[in-house]
Design a protein around this ligand. Structure first.
Ligand code: LRH
Ligand code: MN
Length: 424
């Protein structure tokens, strides 16, 4: 199914008066609002192909209905999100969950839906049915060179798919590690992984990047061979200028100061970008901004400050991706909420009075510094985000229109209740 322009226009017409009242109120309090709106219009978040169906845990999965059963259906769903919010114009594929059979047809469909192909994701954390060697004891770290070769070849194959589709980056997340003390020689595991990544790096086209994603634990529960930002940065620095560190918000130990990690990776020019989600305990992959919205704002505050300090392009110089899993929500509604939370935090970070903040920091005026940030965090910018959507042809309230148009019901009519999306 497709959302037509008139669907959006009818919705916006019915919401316009209320929206204008709210927008005029908040705009009155913002100096120089036009560049902020333009930045919001230009900003896009990539949608993970593995998060368009219902997720689950080891304790169970309560399947949803009308899920996309193939890559074309997944692209259609991302196209629906993008039609509604004009901020989801890219899809991030995971191989082998989404192997593109016919590149030309997939690219034509992407063009029709206004979608680009963001970073490609390899998968050496599962054994495929016809796979000769198992990744039970790791992949790029494995003590057996044959297993490492198998994993390297898979990553090279993923790059090939990406080149055909116009992607410009490979994300490598490794479940490699150990579950018990003594199981692994940490130094050898690091060196095997580095050597393997160097072979993958050598296979990167000149204009590509490789994103090294770290994670503190799960599925290994004693050590992970890319366990934190320091280890990922060690790999990225040893690999070369095309290697960067990817920050998945759910991959930290409790109470980690992620905004400080972001500030330092940016300072080093080694920040790849993000897998946005939220969590209260572990890698819960919950809706962005649903548990710790202030942390998300503080991360965007460091991003805007750090990117502007380096003259970076907010839209293109970092990878903006969601990585979430939906156990109890409709996947598309969950993703609409996540994109909205990201746009709100970005808008607030763009409104921070950096002159006043810098002054307070220079005067060690701790109270004034906190007031600058919290005044902005407590500013309701939703009408500014909606105005950016309105001007770029999106819906003033994407979630409301998704429900008013009964889109899930229409997808169920088209796909039935049994279709299951590959992914987590
Ligand atoms: C690992 C991870 C990684 C993906 C996977 C689906 O936890 O965040 O980014 O490959 O989720
Ligand atoms: Mn991730």
């Amino acid at each position: 199914m497709r959302i037509e322009k008139y669907n959006i226009e009818e919705h916006n017409q019915s919401m316009l008066a209320e929206h204008k009242r709210k927008f005029d109120f908040v705009a009155a309090g913002v100096k120089n609002i036009e560049p902020v709106i333009q930045k919001l219009i230009d900003f896009n978040v990539a949608i993970p192909s593995w998060a368009l169906g219902t997720g689950g845990t080891r304790f169970g999965r309560f399947s949803g209905a009308g899920e996309p059963g193939n890559i074309e259906g997944k692209m259609e769903d991302v196209g629906l999100l993008h039609a509604l919010n004009q901020s989801s114009g890219a899809i991030s594929l995971h191989i082998p969950w989404d192997i593109p059979e016919n590149y030309a047809a997939i690219k034509t469909l992407a063009a029709q839906l206004g979608l680009k192909f963001d970073a490609m994701n390899s998968n050496t954390f599962q054994d495929q049915k016809d796979q000769p060697l198992s990744y039970k004891f790791g992949s790029l770290q494995h003590v057996d060179k044959k297993v490492r070769k198998q994993a390297i070849d898979h990553n090279i194959e993923v790059i090939k798919h990406g080149v055909e589709l116009g992607s410009k980056a490979l994300t490598v997340w490794l479940s490699d590690g150990s579950c018990f003390p003594g199981q692994l020689n940490f130094r050898k595991a690091f060196q095997n992984t580095l050597e393997s990544l160097q072979e993958i790096y050598a296979g990167l086209p000149a204009d590509w990047k490789v994103f090294v994603e770290y994670k503190a634990y799960e599925p290994n529960f004693y050590s992970m061979t890319v366990g934190d930002w320091g280890q990922s940065l060690l790999y990225a620095n040893k690999l070369g200028s095309k290697a960067y560190t990817l920050v998945d918000l759910g991959h930290h130990l409790a109470n980690a100061n992620i905004e400080q990690i972001v500030a330092l990776l940016l300072m080093e020019g080694k920040l790849a970008g993000f897998h946005f989600n939220d969590s209260k305990y572990g890698d819960d992959d919950l809706t962005v901004g649903s548990i710790k919205p202030y942390q998300l704002f503080l991360i965007f505050n460091e991003l805007v400050e750090g990117m502007d300090a380096r003259g970076m392009d907010h839209t293109t110089d970092l990878g903006w991706m969601i990585d979430a899993s939906h156990n109890v929500k409709d996947p598309l509604e969950d993703l609409l909420q996540s994109v909205e939370a990201i746009m709100i935090s970005y808008a607030q970070a763009l409104l921070v009075d950096r002159v006043k903040l810098n002054e307070a920091q220079q005067n060690n005026d701790v109270v004034a510094a906190q007031e600058v940030l919290q005044n902005t965090f407590r500013t309701d910018v939703r009408a500014i985000v909606a105005e950016a959507r309105l001007r770029s042809g999106g819906a003033i309230s994407p979630l409301q229109l998704f429900r008013q148009m009964k889109i899930r019901e229409q997808l169920i009519k088209e796909r039935g209740t049994k279709s299951v999306a590959t992914g987590l």
